[in-house]
Design a protein around this ligand. Structure first.
Ligand SMILES: [Zn+2]
Length: 316
């Protein structure tokens, strides 16, 4: 495999980081779409090796691959559509994609009978719970791992996002995605915050998964007047008004706003079509920049390379 990188084998002999995984069993839930306000049934099913994460609109009988180049809208959430049928869409995929990616699930078929993944409590914690209940199994096929070879940057005004290579000292044993971002909001309840994470199932579960989505009160009024955010409430979002947090229980963590943006980035980067090995750094990023970053990365063949994982499995 010319140009591909071979990583050292984990001395413990564990090969599981290099093999694909799927769920042990199917798992379902019912919830409300935050924008449509519609009740949605969601079932996450095991899938064969090399299947990838695929959404299926059961009401339309269309399948949509969870890939960055199927993203059709990033204004309010990350929305995927079927390239052959633009009206077949699945929105608000990012929190579920973050949970799947963080827990290392490569293959799943996700049935949904409406245009949006349920918002549940506005975080990824309920999806982590569902995936934990289902359990996972290792598959024979090697994982697709994509190493960042050169820094790629996208920006819009003073917002920017980068994917950077990791130094060789860190390039060992397993694919690593490090993330670090900062935000800066005029509303003083949010203000300036930052969050960082070395993505593992445990770090995601304990530090990031429960961070909820957030909105400003004036924004919520505008969205609802436009017929959006119909399912939005204090049960599935933090709502901020200037210096005040309107949720009775306050925040779940001091930097919950930045942590949620990091959660969103994990979900958006999970649309790369493989595990990323690199470092994500961003300021005031969002779904649009995160998606543009993947498009820029894959448009430049010198910026990335697949890691050959077969020899690592064979040697373990
Ligand atoms: Zn989000």
């Amino acid at each position: 495999m010319d140009g591909s990188i071979r990583l050292p084998v984990d001395e413990s002999g564990a090969s599981s980081e290099w093999r694909q995984r799927t769920l042990k069993t199917a798992i379902s839930c019912v919830g409300v779409g935050v924008h449509s306000g519609r009740r949605v049934n969601l079932t996450i099913q095991p899938a064969a090796a090399d299947h990838g994460i695929v959404f299926r609109r059961t009401d339309l009988d269309r399948v949509i691959e969870a890939r960055f180049d199927n993203v059709c809208d990033t204004r309010l959430s990350t929305v995927l559509s079927d390239p052959a049928m633009a009206s077949a869409r699945v929105g608000t995929v990012e929190h579920l994609m973050a949970a799947l990616s963080a827990l290392g699930i490569d293959n799943a078929l996700i049935d949904v009978d409406g245009p949006e993944i349920p918002i549940l409590d506005g975080s990824a914690a309920p999806f982590v719970f569902l995936l934990d209940c289902a359990g996972w199994v290792e598959q024979q096929a090697p994982r697709r791992v994509i190493e960042i070879r050169r820094t790629v940057r996208v920006s819009a005004g003073n917002a920017w996002a980068e994917l950077r290579p990791l130094g060789p000292a860190v390039r060992a044993m397993r694919p690593v995605l490090e993330l670090e971002l900062s935000i800066d909001f005029a509303a003083s309840a949010i203000g300036r915050q930052s969050a960082s994470l070395r993505l593992t199932p445990d770090s995601f579960r304990h530090e990031i998964a429960s961070a909820r989505t957030f909105a400003q009160a004036a924004e919520v009024e505008q969205l609802q007047a436009a017929g959006l955010a119909r399912g939005g409430s204090l049960d599935n979002a933090i709502v901020v008004d200037g210096a005040d947090i309107l949720n009775a229980g306050g925040l779940r963590m001091a930097n919950e706003f930045a942590s949620h943006k990091l959660l969103d980035a994990v979900g958006d980067l999970a649309l790369a079509g493989g595990k990323l090995h690199g470092r994500f750094v961003a300021n005031r990023t969002g779904h649009e920049l995160n998606n543009r970053l993947l498009r820029s990365l894959f448009a430049d063949e010198t910026a990335w390379a697949p890691i050959a994982t077969e020899p690592l499995i064979a040697a373990a």
